[in-house]
Design a protein around this ligand. Sequence first.
Ligand SMILES: [Zn+2]
Length: 417
Amino acid sequence: MPKTAKQPQPKNPILPTRQPTLPPAARSRVALGLTAAAARGRLALQVCLDCGAVQYPPREVCRACLSHRLVWGPQDGRGELTTETVLRNAQELFFRERLPWRVGIVRLDAGVNVVAYIHASVGPAQCRVRVEAALDRAGQAALVAVPEQGRHSLSEDPQLREMTCDPRLRKALVTDGKSALGQAVVRALAAAGADLIWIGEAEPWKKDSGVAALRELPRAAIVPLDVTDGRSVRNLAGEIGGKVDIVVNTADFHRTFSITSRRGVETAQREMDVNYFGLLRLAQEFAPALKSRAADGATGATAWVNVLSIFALSNYPPHGTYSASKAAAFSLSQALRAELRPAGVRVINLFPGPIDDEWDQLERPPKLSPAAVATAIVEALKGSVEDVYPGDVAKDWLARHLDNPKALEHELGEGGQ
Ligand SMILES: [Zn+2]
């Protein structure tokens, strides 16, 4: 039976910090298609456009007909666990530190054999399973066999929990507790069993923000944090940077206007100051501390979450300057991800569609509630993904973006959503 996580022992401050060990990360370029799908929580395998064969492991040509015309097709991952073993020896230090590992061979219904980690709730071979693609701590795809029926969280398995950033028993910082979204995120983290939640509050003398209601939550602490003020960010990082396991950056400044509807750049500067420079200030002050604590095992830092916008993928002209600030933040988040990956800290980006707030008033439904975005954040932390597109609008935009980014740009430019 899966064991539930226990409260980790605090780190002994006298012991030196260890370097993190990571699973082997080198993959061929052709194999990165598997990782790209896993980053969105999908299993995809190469499919031959000429003969229809599905193949694994990834190769340059089709194993059946040698065609080069291969595409990454979504798979349901269903199959039979045909054989299993328990690894008790390993060449790689990462695996050696975590032995024993239960692995097996799954014969997918699609006709290929894959080697997968086996979730603790899967019965002995042979049995029906479903193979999922997850991201390991090195940010690469790993295949995991879970029971065919029902939902199974990776964090229910003590070893696979390391592929997740489950907020249970972890300490999190939510950078803006004044917004409806920030408050929803705080409540969702509390409901998910977070050990402690720091709630950033800018301009605390303005009392009508709803932060006061959060004071009643157990294990929550309101701290001064203004992401537009470097000193404020530095002071907080000095105080709690060494303890934060998960940073959730909810700070957001959004005004609805197009380029020609307004004069001056002050509002656009404010959007950049919060959405882009705010992320940069947070990253400069908090990322070094997260990196240094990534090897602390169960008490280590695990994740950095950015709430971006689907407008970061392609500019939506009625929200032109806001889209630009989110695109800048998206680009910066990719740099942050690359810098934190060697430490095993995962950067998760959310790309929600229009949220039900005052600055998306003119958008047509469906709009996302702040609670739905908060739920998506907690699910992403409990799972093993990098990119999340909550809501139907975001998923639709993503599909159109992947299909033809130029066509999407034209459609948005003509006011079509
Ligand atoms: Zn073929």
